[in-house]
Every structure is written in C-alpha cells, then in structure tokens.
Design a protein around this ligand. Structure first.
Ligand code: SF4
Ligand code: SF4
Ligand code: SF4
Length: 507
C-alpha cells in the first residue's frame, strides 16, 4: 500500500529554485494558489513541493530575484508509443478517484492545424500591392442578414435604399471576443472585455451566465447569449445587447452541456445567473425545447419578437460532421448569424475525453459550411463567424478567405491578459486571476489594465490584417471573404484540398 495516491507520485512539473539567489521573500508562497511553496519554521526558509505544481508560471514571473524555473518533469516512463506517460498518468488518476477526467482550455493534442498548412498569396508586378499607411484599407464588417438584391429609389437627396435592411452589427475589425460566461471568468474580465470592445468598435459575448447589472451600459458592444440552462435570461437581458446568440453547441465539448462548479458561484454570480449561491450550475446538453429545425425557428422568432426585430439573432454550433447541412437549416430557420466553433475552442471545464476526441477542425468545417450556403443560394441570408483556435491575425485572414465574415477569439484574449494555458480553469483557482471568483485571486486582474491589453491586441491584429490585405493587392476585407484563390495548401492531400476549396502550392 502506498502512503499517497499513485497519481501524486508522478507529477507533470518540476520547480527548481536557485538557493543562492533566493531571498526568502515569500512572494512565491503568496502567489501560488496550489500551495507548492511554504515557509519552513525549522529551516527558517521557503521550501517547495513540486508534486502540487500545475505549471502556471505565476511564481516564475513574479519572483523578484528570478530564481525560479518551472519546467516539465524530465522523469519519463519507458518509451512506448501506445502507453505514453499521459495515458499512464490518466489511468492512475482515475483509479485513484473513480472520477471523469476534467480539463480546461482547448484540445492540446497533436492533430492537424490547417491554418499552418495554408499560405497566403501576395501581389507582385501586376495587380500591385497596396500600402495601408498611404491608402485607405477597409476592415469594417457588417454582420447580419443581407437581402437577395438591393433596390434604390430616386429622392431629391439622391438615390436611397428601398425598404429596410435587417439589423446589422458593425465591427471596425472582423474580430470579436468569444463567449465566456460570468462565473467561468470573473467580473473584472467581463468588464475588461466590455471596455475593450467599446474602445475598438467590436463586440464581446456574455456567454451563458447572464449580464451583470453594472455592465448593461456597454450593451451596444455586447452580444447576449441564450444557452440551454437559460441562466440569467430575461427580457431586460435580451434587450440589453446589440445581438442575441443561441448557443446550441460548443467546439470544446460538442454534444454535452456546461457545468459551473458551486465553488465559482459567489453572491454576484448567483444573482446574475439566477441560481442558488454555491450550487453547481449545470446546463443540459440539449435545449429542452429544441428537437428540430422547426423548434429552433420558434426560439429564433420568440427572441426576435421579444426584442421587436431590432437585433440580429445568431446561432452557435460546434464543428461536427453534418455542420454544413445543419447550418443550412439554421439559416432557413431565420438566423442572421451562424457561428461554427472548432474542436480546439477553449472551455472553462470539459471532460478530457470529449474535449480531445469529439468535433472537427474549424478550417475544414468553415469551408464546408460556406460552400453549402453558397450552393443553396442562401449565403447572403446570414453571416458566418468562425471560432475555435484562432491564434493570430494570419489565422483571421485565412478564416475570412475560407468564407468567414468574422471570427471570435477566446483563448487568445485570455492569453493577452496573462493566461498561460495551464488548463486548470475548472478548479476555480486560476493563478492569473481570470477563471476564478476567489476574492484574493480575482483582484490580480485590474479591468482597466486588462481592457488596455485587449484593445492593444485587437488594434495590433487590425494593423496586421491591413498589411496582409495590402500585400495581396486588396483594399477591403470584403474582397477577401470566401476568396480561396488567395490561399494555397502545403502538405495537404487531395481530399483536404477539395474540402478546403484551395489549390495546392505551385498550382
Ligand atoms: S519569490 Fe523567489 S526570492 Fe522570494 S522566496 Fe520565492 S523563490 Fe525566493
Ligand atoms: S505558481 Fe504555478 S508554476 Fe509556480 S509553483 Fe505554483 S502552480 Fe507551479
Ligand atoms: S484562465 Fe487561468 S486557469 Fe485557465 S488556463 Fe488560463 S491561467 Fe490557467
């Protein structure tokens, strides 16, 4: 019999401290939420226990003498391509606990990342490139249903659009902050996203946890979400945002619901979500009133009625095998925006097996959905938003060339404010003060500082997008949308090329 669970004997990280440089200031003791460091009275010095380390790098970043190094534990099991260390450790954990393995963040496995196998075109000599510093470059994007054709009438003031356009969201850049619920992340981060979205002229998404009363004033840059649990959903909430999103599925965990552990439900979260303090908030896998496209249509129109047809309604689904047909049905059901979330999309908590083994890459699914909507002749009736693993501005440009109107970013936004992708969001003890509602941890995020960093990120990507457009000889994001001729595939087989709708490099 071992004196501790086997899983604790084989830890993932090793903490190394240079004893010569350590000044025993105890900063690390205060900063580590996982109790790795402690003050040893007998030795009169700080000591540490690597077995508890989850690899967040908070202590490394804040140690005043830079004497800490956190690295992967070099201890290895005998090489075995089938029974790798990860599988062995997971089996130990489950035998110790009898529980489902949980993870945060998106799928980390070594599966194809198609963004890296797509190269952008560039202009040379003919169709010359455009310098965005000297010439106008349009990145403004409108999300919402567009009519089959535009009709104008002559008026004394000049030609005027006949009839009324469906409500649209106006984005200065084709980027939005993806759904992260109040509770999964804390108020400081929600406020930071609201401030940054307002400053940059884009939108953030409440996720499924309602909207804190003090954030209603940022409503014109807010997308409010309606998920299966209906947490925090009421008439004022629906009317507070600029658009409403029905969440049917999420890329990180297609086919299952959400679970916010009771530890993350403090008084404010409880009030906003309309759930009891400290109780788990579990959203069911399906919406209990949606079993068909007709049911979805009813919910879309119920939401439009409730908001007097003044806001676009979006429907978010996970990237799955028949997403193209489902998206076609969603558009016919009256959605103004369709969101497709790929399997690398982040999450606060998901069963590890689901996160790593269910769902499809956003790149393939996005191209398939765009093609299906074009083939059906209904592409103009809804905008397409891609999400799930967008890491940089080049990914945004490639997504738009594959057919997206805009993208959602989640993990990238969290990394901008300090997240190190440690994957422990589900514990409620986020060392960087993001995915936590513990008072001592959440104050690590200042909403104004975080907002500045988020706004910087969006602006930086905006500049890079303009440069890439200019390099391709395009002066507007509109000219790139669905323009797969601006992409070439490297190292892809014919089926992948056909699914993406791109030619191989050299063709
Ligand atoms: S923060 Fe650095 S210097 Fe301070 S006790 Fe920890 S290891 Fe030593
Ligand atoms: S702060 Fe993070 S990286 Fe440092 S010891 Fe604690 S868990 Fe490990
Ligand atoms: S949000 Fe926090 S807990 Fe989650 S991965 Fe990032 S640093 Fe870790």
């Amino acid at each position: 019999m071992l004196f501790k669970p086997i899983s604790q004997s084989f830890h993932d990280f090793l903490v190394e401290r240079d004893k010569e440089k350590c000044i025993n200031c105890e900063v690390c003791v205060r900063q580590c939420p996982y109790d790795v460091y402690y003050w040893d009275d007998a030795r009169q010095q700080v000591m540490h226990d690597s077995s508890k380390c989850i690899g967040c790098h908070r202590c490394e970043a804040l140690c005043p003498t830079a004497c800490i190094t956190v690295r992967l534990n070099p201890a290895e099991f005998r090489p075995n391509s089938l029974w790798t260390g990860t599988y062995i450790k997971n089996l130990f954990k489950q035998a110790d606990t009898g529980g489902v393995l949980l993870s945060g963040c998106g799928c980390p496995q070594d599966k194809p990342i198609y963004w890296d196998k797509l190269q952008l075109d560039a202009s040379q000599v003919t169709n010359p490139s455009i310098d965005p510093l000297r010439e106008p470059m349009e990145t403004r994007t409108f999300l919402g249903s567009k009519p089959d054709m535009l009709e104008f009438e002559e008026t004394p003031e000049g030609p005027c659009l006949k009839g009324k356009l469906a409500p649209q969201l106006t984005l200065e850049f084709p980027i939005m902050f993806g759904a992260m619920s109040f509770g999964a992340i804390n108020f400081n981060l929600h406020k930071a996203m609201a401030l940054a979205a307002t400053e940059t002229g884009i939108y953030y998404n409440t996720g499924e946890g309602g909207l804190h009363q003090t954030l209603y004033k940022y409503g014109k840059n807010t997308i409010v979400q309606v998920a299966s649990g209906r947490f925090g959903v009421h008439r004022d909430y629906l009317n507070a945002g600029a658009a409403i999103e029905i969440k049917v599925g999420q890329g990180a965990k297609p086919g299952i619901g959400g679970h916010l552990p009771g530890e993350k439900i403090d008084e404010e979260v409880s009030k906003t979500r309309m759930v009891p303090l400290g109780s788990d908030a579990i959203s069911p896998a399906p919406h209990h009133d949606i079993y068909s496209i007709e049911d979805l249509l009813q919910l879309i129109y119920a939401l439009k009625e409730a908001t007097e047809y003044t806001k676009p309604v979006s429907v978010k689904i996970a990237a799955v095998h028949n997403a193209a047909a489902i998206a076609s049905g969603i558009v016919r059901a009256g959605a103004d925006i369709v969101v497709i979330d790929g399997f690398r999309g982040g999450t606060g908590a998901a069963p590890t097996m689901i996160r790593d083994n269910v769902g499809l890459p956003i790149e393939l699914c996005l191209a398939a959905v765009d093609r299906r909507l074009r083939d059906d002749g209904i592409r103009n009736r809804a905008s397409l938003v891609a999400s799930g693993g967008i890491r940089c501005s080049a990914d945004v440009v490639k997504a738009i060339a594959l057919g997206a109107d805009a993208v959602y970013i989640g993990s990238a936004a969290l990394i901008a404010v300090g997240c190190t992708m440690c994957g422990r969001c589900y514990t409620g003890k986020c060392p960087w003060g993001i995915a936590t509602n513990e008072a001592r941890l959440k104050k690590r995020q200042n909403p104004d500082v975080a907002a500045k960093r988020l706004a910087n990120l969006v602006k930086a990507w905006g500049h890079e997008i303009q440069e890439m457009l200019g390099g391709m000889g395009l002066n507007s994001i509109e000219s790139l949308r669905g323009n797969t001729d601006k992409l070439r595939g490297i190292g892809l087989n014919q089926i992948e090329l056909d699914t993406l709708g791109v030619k191989a490099a050299g063709q």
